[in-house]
Design a protein around this ligand. Structure first.
Ligand code: MN3
Length: 244
């Protein structure tokens, strides 16, 4: 195992996993047990309808940006994903997560568009017109992991602001239910076998310029600050609770 992938692997499985998987002969079994899956949420290969109107999130995102983002950018990822899946023999009746977990075996067209489609489906559902407050199990876990909700927000904002070029900031949960913040370039995500830090994405923020440029131009930090107003914490918590 290369040093990088070994580090990632340990990051997911934690101490117990490390002990269990130390022998390389057990690698195959360990890889299987390191999958992080939700019992409730899986992603298909078609775009789902946007769960609100284009002008519903104007506290943070203007209607024109939403319309172009959903109906042009995200629609293209979904369409190009189906092209790639057809060409590369992917069974589209199975969850897209199956592809993401071994995306290194596919083309770069697959990697970019499988990620692009998954990330946007998650993004739309993690927002709601009025937003709502974090509560329940995830609130407790965030405080335990980061010290406070504000400390979590600061760390997440830092990941979003410092992602160079195009990419995403993430709140992820590991297989041992440990929360972490990370970011990925382009349309990569933490489910991918190529990700630096792997985990199940609970919340993702799109920091591509297409997500904010019409209203915010170069002011990515202002976009990030306003985005908190429309985060649908109930949906984020549901994802957390769905991890087996
Ligand atoms: Mn986008």
């Amino acid at each position: 195992m290369a040093p990088t992938s070994r580090r990632n692997f340990i990051g997911i499985t934690g101490k117990a996993g490390f002990a269990l998987c130390f022998g390389s002969s057990l690698l195959k079994a360990c890889t299987a047990t390191s999958r992080i899956r939700s019992s409730k949420f899986t992603t298909g290969f078609e775009q789902k309808p946007l769960p609100y109107a284009y002008n519903a999130l104007t506290e943070a995102i203007d209607a024109q940006t939403m319309e172009i983002h959903y109906s042009k950018h995200a629609a293209s990822y979904a369409s190009n994903l189906r092209d790639a899946a057809g060409a590369e023999g992917v069974d589209m009746s199975k969850p897209l997560e199956d592809v993401l977990e071994k995306v290194s075996k596919y083309s770069s067209k697959m990697r970019n568009n499988a990620g692009g489609h998954y990330n946007h489906e998650l993004f739309w559902n993690a927002m709601s017109p009025s937003g709502n407050n974090l509560s329940g199990t995830l609130a407790t876990a965030i405080t335990a992991s980061f010290g406070s909700f504000d400390a979590f927000k600061n760390q997440f904002e830092e990941a979003a602001k410092t992602r160079f070029g195009s990419g995403w900031a993430w709140l992820i949960v590991n297989r041992d239910k440990r929360l972490q913040i990370t970011s990925t370039p382009n349309q990569d995500n933490p489910l991918m076998d190529v990700a630096e830090l792997k985990g199940y994405p609970l919340l993702g923020l799109d920091v591509w310029e297409h997500a904010y440029y019409l209203r915010y131009q170069n002011r990515r930090p202002e976009y990030i600050t306003n985005w908190w107003k429309v985060v649908n914490w109930n949906a984020v918590r549901d994802r957390y609770d769905s991890i087996a």
